[in-house]
Design a protein around this ligand. Structure first.
Ligand SMILES: [Zn+2]
Ligand SMILES: [Zn+2]
Length: 254
């Protein structure tokens, strides 16, 4: 699996884009960043979007992608998948013909640019040649993380946004080759992190203890850039091997 990091930041600053992870050029995990880094041809290659939750920093690039598509090709469509409350939030609050046109009905309901398809937690579903399973995580809104397994058995885990959680770690009963885990705040903000459904380095350490098999590689996403040095020092203090900070622009081979 080739994973291109479009953005992996917990806030927006120049060069720091919200989460978007592009798998083998065509499957996007979260849609916080698309057009800020992908050219037109690359945007057209996206055929699937998997959403962890409906917070704006994870969905905000979908409207612009739809607009770019309709301008050139009315026959093109992208399948957007997420749990029911996430799709409902997307449709009610973003693609609602007020904030943005409802691209789930443009150019027509049958041939819409965006097709929304609900997924069930814990039930594997196929996306291209991958098998994907959603697991509940603990955030301030309904949210899941994903485990993506390719045809060779390579497995990628992505938490999305989460505070201390349990369900998704069931997936570590089998080996995980790469895990993208959020750490948003420094240890000094633990109370706020727990209240808002995020992790700190110390909380990450506690989550790792819950795992049956520690992933081969752990990549950190969603840090607040204002605290990045402190967060990375605190993660280094955990003394774990193979933990790295993700940066937009990187390409990982998993
Ligand atoms: Zn969130
Ligand atoms: Zn977020």
């Amino acid at each position: 699996m080739k994973l291109r990091i479009l953005g992996a930041s917990g806030a927006e600053f120049p060069g720091k884009n919200p989460p978007g992870f592009l798998l083998d050029d065509s499957v996007l995990l979260d849609a916080g960043t698309i057009g800020a880094v992908l050219n037109e041809k690359e945007q057209y290659a996206i055929r699937h979007i998997l959403l962890t939750h409906a917070h704006l920093d994870h969905i905000r690039s979908i409207p612009s992608l739809a607009d770019n598509i309709i301008l050139k090709n009315k026959d093109h469509s992208v399948l957007v998948q997420g749990i029911e409350p996430v799709l409902a939030a997307l449709k009610d609050n973003l693609l609602n013909d007020v904030v943005w046109p409802d691209f789930t009905r443009i150019p027509s309901e049958e041939d819409a640019v965006l097709r929304l398809a609900p997924i069930a937690v814990g039930k594997p579903f196929a996306v291209n040649s991958y098998s994907v399973t959603a697991y509940t995580v603990n955030h301030s809104v309904p949210a899941v993380g994903f485990v993506v397994e390719d045809s060779e058995g390579r497995r990628l885990l992505y938490t999305g946004d989460t505070g201390p959680t349990d369900d998704i770690w069931k997936a570590t009963e089998k080996p995980i080759h790469a895990a993208i885990i959020e750490v948003s705040m420094p240890d000094s903000m633990e109370e706020m992190a727990i209240m808002t459904g995020h992790l700190t380095a110390r909380l990450l350490g506690a989550e790792i203890k819950k795992m049956k098999n520690v992933p081969e590689k752990i990549y950190i996403t969603h840090p607040k850039p204002q605290y990045i040095d402190t967060i990375m020092d605190e993660i280094a203090g955990l003394g774990l091997d193979h933990v790295m900070l993700l940066e937009g622009g990187e390409v990982l081979e998993i």
